[in-house]
Design a protein. Structure first.
Length: 589
C-alpha cells in the first residue's frame, strides 16, 4: 500500500495556569491509501489533539505544536501556507467532529450547511448549481440513514437529536469523497443499527481508495472496522500493529486492560437470543399486546393495556401519562401548511424510587425529548408528568423552581452544556448558589465534586475547552450530582468515555444511587452498558414505547421485532465471522 498520511515525532503542549500540559509526546504513525486505521486510548490520552493537529485546528493559544511533521501527499501540513491548507480541508481531508452540536452552525438550516460544502469547493466539484447542491445534500442524508431526509434539510441543528446531528456531520465529511476522513468518535451518539449502516458506507468508500483514521474508545467498533490500530496512553504511543494480532495477544499491559474492560452484552456461557434469521417466521408482538413482565404503555385504538406488576415497593417517584411532544415543522421555505414531528407520541411510563430505568432506541426515536419533558426542560402538547404525586407539567418557571433541585440532567453533548466563559469551580457550584445550598467555600465544594468523578483537584480553575471529551462528560456528571437530586436523566452519560473510565462512572452512579437513593432514567444506545446499570428496560421507537420489562427478560427474550433488530446489531469483539461479514470479506471454507 502507498502511504497517504505520515505523522512523525509530533509533540503538542498546552500552556495553562498550572503549567505546561503535555498532550502529545513524540508520536509517529501512518495511514496508507484505502486503509482504515484505529487510534484508541482513554479520554485525555491525546487522540483528539493528534487529529486536530493534522488540520491545524488546535486553539492557539493555549495549544502549541512543539515539534514534528505531518505529511499528506508529500506536503507538510504543519508548514503549508494557510491558503493552500484551506483547499485541502474538506476536499481532500475531512473531519467528523466528536461534538456535532458545536461543529454545526446554530443559525443555518441543515440543508444550507450541506450545500455550502459543495459550493465552497467549486474547484473540486467543478461548480454546482444551488438546485444540484440541494439535491446532493438530500441524497447524502439518505445515505447516512437520516429518516425523512427531504424534510430534515429545512431543520436547524437544535431540531435534531444527537445521533441525527452526528449523521449530518458524517454526510458533510463524506459528500466530497475526500482521500482521508478523520473520524473522531463518529459512532458515539449512534444506535447500533445506524452505526452498522454507517460502517458499511465507510467500507464502500474504502473500495474507492478513501482512507479512514478512526479515533474511538469503542474497541468493539475497532474490531469490526479497522485494519491496524495504534494505542495511546498519557500522550504517548504504547502499542501498534495489525488488528487481529493485537486483539489475540496484546503486548502492552494497558492494551490488555482495555480489552478486558469492554462491556459484554452476553456473558460467557450464556447464549444470546436467536438471530433474526431464526425468528423471521415468528410474527412480531403487536403494539399494545401485554404479557407477563412486558409493558406496552401505548395501546392501539380501542384496546386496553394490562400493565405488568411493578413490584412490591409501589413507591412511584415519577410517571408520564399519555405524554405527547410534537414539533411543528414546515416542509419548505414557502410552505403554508405545517406538519409535525411526533417526537413523543402517547407515552405512559412509571419509574419507581431508587431504581434505574434504561431507555433504548435508535437516534430520533424520542428518547432525549422524553427525558427532557419529564424534568420540565421541554414543553409538552398533551398528557401529564407527575413527580411525587404532584403534577409538574405545564408549571411556569417560578413554580417549577422548587422542583429543580430534585430533577437534574446529564446532557448528551457536554461541551455545549458547559459555559465556556466560566471556570470549572463556578460551573460546579452555580446550582448550589442558585438554590442557597452552598455551605462551604466554593473551591472546597468544587474539588470534592471533581474527586467524586475521578478528576484532579488542580483542574478547578480551568475552562471547559481545556478538557478532553470524556473529561467534559465527567464534569457534566459532577454538576448534575452537586445538588444531590432525587431523579437524574442521564442522556448518553457514558457514551463519550473509554471503557475503563466508563466502568468507573457506572460504579460511581451505582454507589451514589445506593447512598442517596437517586433514581435514574438512563438513556443510551449501548445495550451492553444499559444491561449493567438498569433494573428495567423500555424500548422506544418512533415516539412510542414498544417493549418494556425486566432487563434480562428484554435482553434474552425480546418479543418485539425492533428489539430483536437492536440486539442483532450489537458488535461483538472477537467474533471473526461477524467481522468478515461487516467488512464484506469472503468466509473461509
Amino acid at each position: 500500500m502507498k502511504q497517504l498520511l505520515s505523522i512523525e515525532g509530533l509533540t503538542v503542549h498546552f500552556e495553562t495556569d498550572e503549567g505546561i500540559v503535555e498532550a502529545v509526546n513524540d508520536l509517529s504513525m501512518e495511514v496508507n491509501r484505502g486503509e482504515i486505521v484505529g487510534l484508541v486510548g482513554e479520554s485525555g490520552s491525546g487522540k483528539t489533539v493528534t487529529a486536530q493537529s493534522v488540520l491545524r485546528l488546535l486553539p492557539r493559544p493555549p495549544a502549541k505544536i512543539v515539534k514534528g511533521n505531518v505529511f499528506f501527499n508529500d506536503n507538510d501540513l504543519l508548514t503549508l501556507p494557510i491558503e493552500d491548507l484551506r483547499k485541502i480541508r474538506g476536499a481532500e481531508i475531512s473531519m467528523i467532529f466528536q461534538e456535532p452540536m458545536t461543529a454545526l452552525s446554530p443559525l443555518h438550516r441543515v440543508g444550507h450547511q450541506l450545500c455550502e460544502i459543495l459550493q465552497c469547493h467549486a474547484e473540486t466539484t467543478g461548480g454546482v448549481t444551488s438546485q444540484a447542491a440541494w439535491k446532493s445534500g438530500e441524497e447524502w442524508l439518505e445515505k447516512v440513514g437520516l429518516p425523512e431526509a427531504r424534510e430534515r434539510m429545512y431543520f436547524y441543528p437544535h431540531h435534531l437529536s444527537g445521533g441525527m446531528r452526528q449523521r449530518v456531520m458524517i454526510a458533510m465529511a463524506m459528500m466530497l469523497k475526500p482521500k482521508l476522513i478523520i473520524a473522531d468518535e463518529p459512532s458515539t451518539a449512534l444506535d447500533v443499527t445506524v452505526q452498522a449502516q454507517i460502517f458499511k458506507l465507510l467500507m464502500s468508500m474504502k473500495d474507492d481508495d478513501t482512507s479512514l483514521l478512526l479515533i474511538t474508545h469503542d474497541l468493539a467498533v475497532v474490531w469490526e472496522l479497522c485494519d491496524r490500530i495504534y494505542v495511546m496512553k498519557n500522550a504517548r504511543l504504547v502499542e501498534s500493529g495489525k488488528l487481529e494480532t493485537i486483539f489475540k495477544s496484546p503486548a502492552h499491559e494497558y492494551t490488555r486492560s482495555l480489552l478486558n474492560a469492554v462491556p459484554r452484552l452476553y456473558e460467557e456461557g450464556r447464549q444470546p437470543p436467536p438471530s433474526l434469521d431464526a425468528v423471521a417466521s415468528r410474527p412480531p408482538l403487536p403494539l399494545g399486546t401485554s404479557q407477563k413482565d412486558v409493558i406496552f404503555p401505548s395501546p392501539p385504538e380501542g384496546g386496553n393495556v394490562k400493565k405488568a406488576d411493578l413490584g412490591d415497593k409501589g413507591d412511584k417517584l415519577i410517571r408520564a401519562e399519555d405524554l405527547r411532544v410534537w414539533f411543528p415543522v414546515k416542509k419548505g421555505l414557502l410552505a403554508r401548511t405545517t406538519d409535525h414531528v411526533k417526537a413523543v407520541d402517547g407515552v405512559n411510563l412509571t419509574i419507581e424510587r431508587g431504581m434505574t430505568m434504561g431507555l433504548v432506541g435508535e437516534s430520533g426515536s424520542g428518547k432525549t425529548t422524553l427525558g427532557r419533558a419529564l424534568i420540565g426542560l421541554q414543553s409538552i402538547n398533551n398528557g401529564s408528568v407527575i413527580f411525587e404525586s404532584e403534577a409538574i407539567s405545564g408549571l411556569k418557571r417560578r413554580r417549577l423552581k422548587p422542583y429543580r433541585r430534585n430533577l437534574q440532567m446529564i446532557f448528551q453533548d457536554p461541551y455545549s452544556s458547559l459555559n465556556p466563559r466560566m471556570t470549572i469551580m463556578d460551573i460546579l457550584t452555580e446550582g448550589l448558589e442558585e438554590h442557597g445550598l452552598l455551605h462551604s467555600p466554593k473551591k472546597d465544594k468544587a474539588v470534592q465534586l471533581l474527586e467524586e468523578v475521578e478528576l484532579k483537584a488542580d483542574m478547578v480553575n480551568r475552562y471547559p475547552f481545556e478538557f478532553s471529551g470524556g473529561e467534559r462528560q465527567r464534569l457534566s456528571i459532577a454538576r448534575a450530582l452537586s445538588l444531590e437530586p432525587k431523579f437524574i436523566v442521564a442522556d448518553e452519560a457514558v457514551s463519550a468515555l473509554d471503557v475503563t473510565i466508563q466502568a468507573q462512572i457506572i460504579e460511581l452512579l451505582q454507589r451514589l444511587q445506593e447512598k442517596y437513593k437517586i433514581t435514574y432514567l438512563f438513556i443510551s444506545h449501548d445495550l451492553s452498558v444499559v444491561r449493567q446499570l438498569s433494573d428495567r428496560i423500555s424500548v422506544m421507537y418512533e415516539g412510542k414505547i414498544v417493549e418494556a420489562g425486566k432487563t434480562d427478560d428484554v435482553i434474552f427474550n425480546p418479543r418485539h421485532e425492533y428489539t430483536q433488530t437492536l440486539l442483532e446489531a450489537v458488535p461483538v469483539p472477537g467474533d471473526l465471522d461477524r467481522r468478515r461479514r461487516m467488512r464484506g470479506e469472503n468466509q473461509p471454507r
